[in-house]
Design a protein around this ligand. Structure first.
Ligand SMILES: NC(=O)C1=CN([C@@H]2O[C@H](COP(=O)(O)OP(=O)(O)OC[C@H]3O[C@@H](n4cnc5c(N)ncnc54)[C@H](O)[C@@H]3O)[C@@H](O)[C@H]2O)C=CC1
Ligand SMILES: O=C(O)[C@@H]1CCC=N1
Length: 264
């Protein structure tokens, strides 16, 4: 599989790392307007770094676009004459619908919309995907690509905006929760490094408990909350202070922000 990442920025490079770590490509092209900051990737024998998107499109069959929304249409316009039936076009662009992509490159292309997150670099992305009509024939291929670097779910395009908030922005939300827990641990006497180690491994354990058991979170909470114990005391205090409510309101605010910039 020859994969091009058009726009090797924060997300594009995370995907590149995930592909390298999972041996997910026979060769890879990384493009960026100024390639100086990513030239180190050429030390991997099968990686080519170039500012030339047309070269990358001509040499690869899987094209992953990870540029800013405002640049996407003009970049597609500049390479679309090179597209063949071998190309699978995978967009990661927030708020850019399939029909807008089709408006630029036509309906007769395999188009996948994906929403990965930066944990793709360590093989742990939650990636949601959907496709245009023709792309349905390549959705299993797209799933296979993303499943090598985490977990994927096919969803209707109407849920893509919500998936962006929960999965992509979600990395930042969870980081804040881990940081806040770390700060609490420091206040209780751990040094900063130990505090973070306790917070992140406990977070990892909580997620794994749910993933492996399929249980509802409250079932696992019931196992921890000793009657009249310290856990329920802390948990109820967090809820009095609005923990669940503030998380939900934040999620909705992120969602509304995407609606706002889609109107621009
Ligand atoms: N950062 C994240 O966690 C996520 C981002 N996204 C989406 O992915 C896209 C990229 O986001 P980021 O990586 O955060 O942005 P970024 O700004 O870090 O990366 C975009 C890259 O595209 C490059 N670029 C600009 N013009 C180009 C051109 N003509 N040819 C080739 N490369 C060009 C820029 O130099 C930059 O390196 C956005 O549309 C964003 O909405 C989606 C999911 C998660
Ligand atoms: O914050 C943003 O707008 C982008 C989309 C999801 C993650 N980063």
């Amino acid at each position: 599989m020859k994969i091009a990442i058009i726009g090797a920025g924060n997300l594009g490079l995370s995907i590149a790392k995930g592909i390298l770590n999972s041996n997910g490509a026979t060769s890879m092209y990384l493009t960026k307007r100024n390639v100086r900051s990513i030239s180190e990737y050429e030390k991997y024998g099968n990686v080519t770094v170039t500012p030339d998107n047309r070269e990358a499109v001509a040499k690869c069959d899987i094209l992953i676009f990870a540029v800013q929304p405002g640049h996407f249409a003009s970049i597609l316009e500049s390479v679309k004459d090179l597209f063949t039936d071998n190309h699978v076009i995978i967009s990661t662009i927030t708020g850019f619908e399939l029909n807008r992509i089709e408006d630029v490159i036509g309906t007769d292309r395999y188009i996948i919309r994906s929403m990965p997150n930066t944990a793709i670099s360590v093989g742990e992305s939650m990636t949601c995907i959907c496709s245009n009509e023709k792309g349905k024939k390549r959705i299993e291929l797209a799933k296979a690509i993303f499943n090598r670097m985490g977990h994927s779910m096919e969803i209707p395009e109407s849920q893509m905006q919500a998936a962006t908030v929960i999965c992509a922005s979600g990395i930042a939300f969870w980081m804040r929760l881990i940081r806040a827990t770390t700060q609490g641990a420091i206040q209780l006497g751990f040094d900063a490094r130990e505090a973070q180690e306790l917070a992140m491994h406990t977070c990892n354990g909580a997620a794994k408990l749910l993933i492996e058991s399929g249980n509802h979170p409250e079932e696992e909470i019931d196992r921890v909350t000793t009657p009249m114990g310290c856990t329920i005391q802390g948990l109820n205090e967090m809820e009095h202070q609005g923990l669940s409510s503030s998380l939900i309101q934040g999620i909705v605010a992120s969602y509304d922000k995407i609606t706002e910039f889609k109107k621009r």
